[in-house]
Design a protein around this ligand. Structure first.
Ligand code: ADP
Ligand code: MG
Length: 340
């Protein structure tokens, strides 16, 4: 593949923009598509006449989990792969302030994959699904020529017109992030290092929970939307620098981030804080990165999750990182990008 993921998506997006169905309110370019589906025909003729639309919009997201790219069979237990597969989709629903309803799972599996791997994968996925009352409602299964491929589609809802988009950040808004950053990338880095050693040590999932069993921030996203606190939101799947760039690009704004304010994850045993680079650019933390107008008071903890003020939105379309001594430098989006 010669072109970067970002360029490829931009091209598909331009082509797709011509074929429009009015039910699609938000298409390519956000964490989920937002659809306003026609309401159920009403038995009440008067209601029908008043043209009562649906009270909720529908959210749809789809995400791949590929062996060798997103997980490795020798690093991740099948339960972790199943959990992370669904968590990716749930996290996108959270980023819209939505509530998940159903999931669809497509699997392509190598012929020699033991049945027990699939059973344990399903157990990890369904355990998470049950906790969020998400029904696995369909999917597809095929043989894969090489490696395990899983695609998850998650469908959710949000009250009509209330989906929190990437495109609504405004100059002066404050920037916040939930939880801590860099823990997932630090786990990958440690596993890479262990691979070169003899004997290899297996990472303890409990020491790197954000990597092996990330908790989607559904409750936090819902509260931010319900209380009208967030102006724009995204989940940190690619890394802070890249995901903030997505918000800025879609909103036509820039940002300033205080280096010292970025909450860095503690990992390992004895636990240590991850390097700044991991917190800035490491992907797959599945935290929520959001903006809020200055006049909104944002509690430092919401639904049990710490929320940290890390910067502000600016009118100039560039993203700056401000060092503890006050020196500003460009923050390049160096998070995860396929084909780069
Ligand atoms: P996320 O990390 O939230 O899942 P992505 O960065 O993967 O989002 O994708 C950005 C946007 O591009 C999303 O709206 C997604 O649906 C869309 N997108 C990605 N790949 C494709 C594709 N092959 N065809 C159409 N839309 C795509
Ligand atoms: Mg996302």
């Amino acid at each position: 593949m010669v072109i970067a993921e970002k360029t490829l998506i931009a091209q598909v997006r331009r082509r797709a923009a011509h074929k429009t169905n009015p039910a699609v309110l938000t298409g390519i370019g956000d964490d989920c598509a937002v659809l306003r589906l026609p309401p159920r025909p009403s038995r009440d003729r008067r209601e029908e006449k008043r043209g009562r639309g649906p009270e909720k919009d529908t959210l749809v997201t789809t995400d791949f989990s590929l062996e060798g790219i997103h997980f490795r069979r020798d690093w991740h237990s099948p339960e972790s792969v199943g959990h992370r597969c669904l968590a990716r989709g749930l996290s996108d629903i959270a980023a819209m302030g939505g509530e998940p309803v159903a999931a669809f799972l497509s699997l392509a599996l190598p012929r020699d994959l033991p049945q027990s791997w699939v059973n344990r994968f399903a157990r990890g996925l369904l355990r998470l699904a049950e906790r969020y009352s998400v029904t696995l409602a369909g999917g597809d299964t095929a043989e894969s020529p090489d490696g395990i491929l899983a695609d998850i589609v998650v469908v959710g809802t949000v009250p009509k017109g209330k989906a929190v988009l990437r495109s609504k950040a405004r100059p002066g808004d404050r920037i916040y992030v939930s939880g801590e950053l860099g823990g997932s990338a630090a786990a990958v880095e440690t596993m890479r290092r262990e691979m070169r050693k003899k004997p290899k040590r297996k990472l303890h999932p409990g020491e790197y929970p954000r990597h092996f069993f990330p908790e989607p921030r559904i409750e936090l996203g819902r509260i931010l939307r319900e209380k009208g606190l967030a102006s724009a939101m995204i989940d940190t799947s690619d890394g802070l620098s890249t995901d903030l760039a997505h918000i800025c690009k879609e909103s036509g704004v820039g940002a300033e981030v205080e280096e010292e304010a970025i909450p860095r994850a503690s990992v390992g045993k004895p636990s240590r804080k991850v390097d700044l680079q991991f917190a800035l650019h490491g992907g797959e933390d599945y935290e929520l990165l959001f903006t809020a107008p200055r006049n909104k008071r944002i509690p430092s903890r919401i639904a049990g999750v710490p929320v940290t003020h890390i910067g502000q939105i600016t009118p100039q379309q560039k993203i700056l990182l401000v060092s503890p001594s006050g020196v500003a430098s460009n923050l390049q989006p160096r998070g995860w990008e396929h084909f780069r």
